[in-house]
Structure formats: C-alpha cells, structure tokens
Write a protein that binds this ligand. Structure first.
Ligand SMILES: [Zn+2]
Length: 262
C-alpha cells in the first residue's frame, strides 16, 4: 500500500523516526515529549483540552488533568506536540478547545496540521492499515483500533476514512445539524444535503437526535437504505441496503455516523 502523506504527516513520521519508534504505544508519551526538549504537565484547564506556551526558547505543554479518558489526553498531548514541532516559531501560544480538535476543516490551517500530526504520530498509517487487514469492517474494528492505538473511537474513525481498508463515508453532526462529512477515496456515493441541515429522516443519526435512541453492542451496526443518505441516479434506481454505525459523544452532543454499503 502506497500512501500520499501531507506535510504534517511527514513531520510526524520524522519525529517518530528520530525517537527510534515504529509504534508510539511502545513508550510513554510524556517521555517522548521530554526527549524532544519540551516540558509536559497535566494541570486543570478551564474549558480547554490543551495548550502550549513557548518563551525564550523553552516550551511547555499543558494537558487538562480533568479530561476523564487517557485516550483523549493522549490526543491532546500529541496535538500540542504537533504545534511544538511545526509552529512554535510562528506563534508562541496555542490554546485548544475540544471544538478545535474536532472541527478539522474549520479551525484553520494550524489546527488542521496539528490534528494531522497527532493522528499520524499516534496511529502511523502503515501500522494502522496492517491492523485492519483481513478483517471485515464493522463497529468492532473501530473498537479494536481504538484500544490498539490508545486513542478515542472518534480518532480511530477519522483515521479509518483515510487509511482503512474498506470504503466508508462519515458524517459529523452536532446539535442535530450536519457539520461536515468525508469519504474514503474509493467511496462511490454522494450525499445530497446542505451543511447545517438536520440528518435525513431514515438515518440512525436522525433517530439519535430526535428520540435519543442509542444503539450499542451487537446493535451498533444498523441496516439502513442507500436512499436514506445518498443521491439516487433516477426514480427507477433500485434501493440497496447499507449500514450505519452512529457513535454518540454525549459530553459534546455530537455524533459521527459511519456509513458503508452492505
Ligand atoms: Zn491546536
């Protein structure tokens, strides 16, 4: 498999290489940061996931000690490390909310780069792709990947769209509005909705926001229809079964629907 890497991903690879790591789960992240000559500390931060302050050639990364999940702390730390490696000469302070880490396409080029860095640093593409091989796609794969790489399911899903082994589309909804979507390069169908519209009525995301229905365990993969989400060629086109796995993150009232063809 040959991947095309962005600049931020290449820098993440270089840093891993300089640390002598093929797999970042082999070594504690705070020690990796220290070996890059930055300081790392977990402190209470109000309304922020992480921040980095650079002053007189010294940088300190703070991650919110109140974040309840290690996987999220890890992503925040790697995101700040990305700012350190790529942006510390351009801007002395970065202060990041959950919103900055989720709205990849809205928060500006530095935030997108820091997220791309974190994703590649924590889940190197080749290792990630190998981990998916010979496995049939479903919610259990996302669960496996998130455990394997010590990242949140959200982070694993975002990586899967880019580096997974099965064509999928993901749709991010917040407060019952579709905010952005992204599909694998080999996904062949197109949404026909506008930004900020509510998710379509046949979708699992719709059910979630309108009747609080959350599917878990064996039920998290739900059968839906192509026409629920996608443009049909014409009235005569026969509808076909698709699947939707809708991950809900209650604390921020957002969902990510992963949609794929049966
Ligand atoms: Zn940031």
């Amino acid at each position: 498999m040959i991947f095309k890497f962005s600049k931020a991903e290449l820098i993440a690879k270089k840093v891993l290489d300089e640390c002598g790591l093929d797999d970042p789960t082999e070594f504690p992240l705070n020690e990796i940061i220290l070996s890059r000559k930055a300081f790392y500390e977990e402190v209470p931060l109000d309304g922020k996931e992480g921040e980095i302050v650079s002053y007189h050639g010294k940088s300190i990364i703070h991650v919110n000690s109140g974040i309840p999940f290690e996987s999220k702390k890890r992503f925040a730390a790697a995101h700040e490390l990305g700012h350190y490696e790529m942006h510390r000469a351009l801007q002395p302070i970065f202060s990041d909310t959950e919103e900055d880490m989720m709205n990849w396409y809205k928060a500006g080029p530095h935030e997108m780069e820091a997220n791309e860095f974190a994703s590649e640093f924590l889940m190197p593409s080749e290792v990630f792709h190998k981990e998916c091989e010979r496995k049939k796609f479903g919610p259990d794969i996302i669960e496996h990947l998130s455990k394997r790489f010590q990242v949140s399911k959200t982070a694993a899903i975002l990586k899967f769209v880019k580096r997974g082994n099965h064509p999928v589309m993901i749709v991010y909804c917040k407060d019952n509005k579709m905010k952005w979507w992204k599909s694998s390069d080999d996904f062949r169908y197109f949404l026909e909705f506008e930004r900020d519209a509510p998710p379509p009525s046949g979708s699992v995301a719709f059910e979630l926001f309108t009747s609080n229905k959350i599917y878990t365990g064996d039920e998290s993969k739900q059968q839906i229809w192509k026409s629920d989400w996608f443009r049909m060629k014409n009235d005569d086109e026969q509808d076909t079964p698709f699947f939707e796995y809708c991950l809900f993150v209650k604390s921020f009232n957002y969902s990510i629907s992963v949609i794929w063809e049966k």
